[in-house]
Ligand binder design. Structure first.
Ligand code: LLP
Length: 438
């Protein structure tokens, strides 16, 4: 839940030795604090586990930029020797600004624009993952105009209902992503790609969803993709080299939550891939993965300051304490969007006060602006207190908005006892910058 270099002394949170009070003083609240060392450790752990299990068949760990990206983070990704998965031209631009080698970039997206495709092909990204028949033609046209042969994969829907929130489940049949294996759309896409000499089909991809626990769904997806690799070999007499099994590995948000560790996932994937390849008498393909949340999620906490508290009597006569913090749904939309649950602690002091049924809410003009729906917090929480929420690194700042014209918080990286801003706080000028005066 907390990143590796978070510790508590006399009730005060410290990140890499820096007390929460100092972080709040120096950088203000709300703010995201990212533990750089923890990010690098997690990225390397996935990379090492992939290599340990698959040896010479290990492909690339593509960090899913959508979870959180900035130029600095892209640089860390590069230095860790892993690749990156981008799904828009904007994410591609940041990856390139961070110095990532295009040959370590994989481009996703179910509706890439021609200009996004053009940029990707012209800089020489390794793979573009195809998501529709229209796109196959578009990428071929762009590649032809650049006189290049572009490496591509096909995103497939293996028809798996992963056990997670509906909005973040992506590989059952009724979704916008990918080509269905069951309906025959996947095979039609294979034939379409092969009809274009400007495209080199590298293999198949699937991403079955996010915040998934247990390895069964990943193993099943691998088996279904490998069946299609076997069909390809049977029809064309040659084998496709690569499978990308996506991301989606679950992390802990609450005390007692489990985490899907690389040391658990990779052996399970290896045994599923090996068994399935043996069944079909196929060579083991190169295996790549795309963890986002599992790398960045636990590395970051959000620091808020309490502005007000209010007791509200509920219909059953019980009381709920509303604790309002200085951010909310503009820096963490996940509770409103996915009923996501978070934990909170007082960040700067110990408290021996008894706890009360509390709801942590933001400052937005909206009832649904809830950070934590239900939590027991010390009854002495008061205006001016600092509250820290762990595990906000994935899809927090990256999904932040300016709702109610609230400036988005900064991201501060902490390493070896030193803190520095890697994404600065927005200000009033930023909020007005796009407005055209009449
Ligand atoms: N690869 C592909 C093709 C993806 O679409 C995604 C996430 C990932 C990898 C990384 O998944 P991860 O390892 O981070 O779970 N906003 C939602 C999550 C949406 C994920 C979309 N795709 C949330 O806040 O839970």
């Amino acid at each position: 839940m907390w990143s590796k270099n978070v510790s508590f002394t006399n009730g005060e949170l410290h990140l890499s030795g820096i007390p929460a009070t100092k972080l709040a003083q120096d950088f203000g609240t709300p703010a995201f604090f990212i533990d750089e060392d923890d990010f690098r450790t997690r990225a390397s752990a996935w990379n090492n586990a992939l290599r340990d299990e698959f040896g010479s068949h290990a492909g690339t760990v593509y960090y899913a930029a959508k979870a959180f990206i900035s130029t600095a983070v892209a640089t860390w990704v590069k230095e860790c020797g892993i690749g990156i998965d981008v799904c828009t031209g904007g994410e591609l631009a940041v990856a390139l600004a961070g110095g990532i080698d295009p040959q370590k970039i994989e481009v996703h997206g179910n509706n890439k624009s021609v200009s996004e495709i053009d940029r990707a092909v012209s800089v020489g990204v390794k793979t573009i993952v195809m998501d529709s028949i229209h796109e196959i033609d578009r990428v071929a046209t762009v590649a032809r105009s650049h006189k290049k042969v572009q490496g591509v994969m096909l995103r497939l829907t293996p028809g798996i209902q992963a056990h997670t929130h509906e909005s973040i489940s992506t590989a059952h049949e009724d979704v916008k992503f990918g080509f269905s294996i069951a309906s025959g759309a996947a095979w039609a896409a294979v034939e379409k790609v092969l009809s274009h000499p400007e495209l080199e089909l590298r293999g198949f991809h699937s991403h079955i969803g996010s915040q998934i626990f247990g390895t069964d769904s990943f193993q099943l997806a691998a088996d279904r993709l490998i069946s299609l690799l076997a069909k390809y070999r049977d029809v064309y007499g040659r084998e496709l080299p690569e499978l990308d099994l996506g991301g989606g590995y679950g992390i802990a948000y609450l005390p007692g939550d489990e985490t899907l560790e690389p040391g658990e996932v990779m052996p399970a994937l290896r045994s599923a891939v090996t068994a399935s390849c043996e069944k079909h008498k196929l060579n083991i393909p190169i295996i790549s993965i795309e963890p986002g949340r599992a790398i960045v999620g636990p590395t970051t906490f959000t620091l808020y300051e309490v502005g007000t508290t209010k007791d509200v009597v509920l219909e059953d006569g019980k009381t709920r304490r509303y604790i309002s913090v200085d951010g909310g749904m503009s820096d963490n939309i996940r509770p409103s969007l996915y009923d996501a649950e978070y934990h909170a602690v007082i960040a700067h002091r110990a408290s021996s006060a008894s706890t009360v049924n509390s709801r942590v809410v933001g400052k937005h003009c909206e009832t649904g602006d809830i950070v934590i729906r239900e939590i027991n917090l010390p009854s002495d929480i008061a205006p001016g207190d600092l509250i820290a929420i762990p595990a906000t690194g994935a899809y927090g700042r990256s999904m932040a908005s300016n709702y109610n014209h609230v400036p988005r918080p900064p991201v501060v990286a902490v390493k070896d006892g030193k803190a520095r801003v890697i994404v600065r706080r927005e200000n009033e000028e930023d909020l007005l910058a796009l407005d055209v005066k009449e």
